[in-house]
Design a protein around this ligand. Structure first.
Ligand SMILES: [Zn+2]
Length: 115
C-alpha cells in the first residue's frame, strides 16, 4: 500500500479531460491545476445561474406549495432548473467531461466530501 508521501498511487481519470494521469498526492482529482481551474470556473458560473431556480423549485416543492403566486413561480423555476440541468449535461457530454455522478463518487472516494 502506498503511503501519503511517496506517490505510487494508481492512475486515475481526470474529470475535465478524462485522461488517465498519475497523481502526485493522495487526494489529487485533476491531471493539472489548469483542469482543476477549468472545471471549477464553469461549475461556478453554472451555479450562479442555477442556484436561484434550484432554491425556488425546492422551497415551493416544484410549485406545489405556497401562495398561488409562489406556486406559479415555483413551477417556472422547476422547469427552468430541469432544462438547465439537461443543457449542462449535454454540454458536458459534448465536451467529453466526466458524468457528475462519477465525479461525486471520486470526490467521496478521495475523502474530499465526507458528509
Ligand atoms: Zn485533465
Amino acid at each position: 500500500m502506498p503511503g501519503q508521501q511517496a506517490g505510487g498511487w494508481p492512475p486515475r481519470e481526470c474529470p475535465e479531460c478524462r485522461k488517465l494521469f498519475e497523481p502526485n498526492r493522495a487526494n489529487q482529482l485533476f491531471c493539472t491545476s489548469q483542469h482543476n481551474a477549468d472545471w471549477n470556473n464553469w461549475a461556478t458560473a453554472r451555479g450562479r445561474v442555477l442556484t436561484p431556480f434550484s432554491i425556488v423549485a425546492r422551497t415551493t416543492r416544484n410549485g406545489t406549495r405556497g401562495t398561488p403566486k409562489a406556486r406559479e413561480i415555483g413551477k417556472k423555476a422547476s422547469s427552468r432548473h430541469n432544462a438547465l440541468i439537461q443543457q449542462y449535461r449535454d454540454e458536458d457530454r459534448t465536451a467529453g467531461r466526466m458524468e457528475w455522478a462519477e465525479y461525486m463518487i471520486q470526490r467521496f472516494r478521495l475523502g474530499l466530501d465526507t458528509r
